[in-house]
Design a protein around this ligand. Structure first.
Ligand SMILES: [Zn+2]
Ligand SMILES: [Zn+2]
Length: 279
């Protein structure tokens, strides 16, 4: 099993590797910069080198490392200025992943702001096509959404449709978020539910495109459209469902990343321990 959490880069980018090792992670996710800002300072050559050296001398497989896009960009935005700014960030993050030697960049699909799904999908296809012009081998992973108002890419058929519209194929894949799928309405509570939901996923999107799994339990009920993550097994999906998803990911050797809360109930250590137990 390859499993880990989203780790902080506070101090320096290579601190992420220390944080991952400390938590006994065999996979991890980072932001390469503050996720709440539009702009970011370039990564100094020295910092990138230090990150790569630390990672290479660790037991963590580089193929199990992921960058998550910052929060502000909306790649589906119908507004030309917002869209252009968002694409600029996406392009930059693809470049930064390349510099760090991280193979995957996870991107949210965003909101069409009431202009309609078709417009949103067109904007997304446009954004991803531009980002793929960056000359490196970073794979951009499209993450499913929880179905909040005006969001794009919650329904598996639509998610697959977006993926089919962008090229070249080898530069794109998907990241499946269990909380988002459940909140949208895909049941994951029992082994049977998990099998059925992933069968639908396979038909619409395709297992071959699944590169990373975001394993999060859900604070919201099935179909609630709430994007609120819960500790593994303590949410509305529960232990049975989480265990079935973990087994399914392990069978296909998909790295698992937790984006679970840190609070009085549990921290990263506690959630990772739970995943290992359920596996
Ligand atoms: Zn996620
Ligand atoms: Zn989420």
């Amino acid at each position: 099993m390859r499993v880990g959490v989203h780790v902080s880069i506070s101090g320096s980018i290579s601190a992420a590797v220390d944080n991952a090792i400390e938590r006994d992670c065999s996979a991890f996710q980072i932001f390469t910069r503050s996720p709440r800002m539009w702009t970011a300072k370039d990564i100094p050559e020295k910092d990138a080198k230090e990150f790569k050296e630390k990672l290479a001398s660790s037991k963590i497989d580089v193929d199990a490392t992921v960058v998550h896009m910052p929060y502000l960009p909306n790649l589906a935005s119908p507004n030309a200025a917002t869209h252009a700014k968002s694409v600029q960030v996406l392009v930059k993050e693809v470049e930064r992943c390349g510099k760090l030697g991280i193979p995957y960049l996870v991107a949210h699909l965003g909101s069409h702001m009431g202009e309609g799904e078709q417009k949103g999908i067109k904007q997304l296809a446009d954004a991803f096509t531009k980002a793929a012009s960056v000359k490196n081998d970073v794979t951009i992973l499209l993450e499913n959404t929880a179905g909040q108002k005006n969001s794009v890419g919650s329904d598996f058929d639509q998610w697959g449709e977006i993926l089919s519209q962008i090229k070249p194929k080898n530069r794109f894949g998907v990241c499946f978020d269990t909380c988002h799928a459940f909140a949208y309405g895909y049941d994951l509570r029992t082994e049977k539910d998990v099998a059925e939901t992933f069968k639908k996923f396979d038909t619409s999107v395709g297992f071959d495109n699944l590169k990373i799994l975001h394993l999060n339990d859900s604070k919201g009920e099935l179909g609630s459209n709430l994007d609120r993550h819960e500790h593994i097994g303590l949410g509305k999906i529960g232990e049975k469902g989480m265990a079935a998803v973990i087994k399914l990911a392990n069978k296909r050797n998909i790295p698992i990343i937790l984006e679970t809360p840190i609070d009085n109930t549990r921290d990263d250590f506690g959630n990772l321990k739970k995943v290992k137990e359920l596996a």
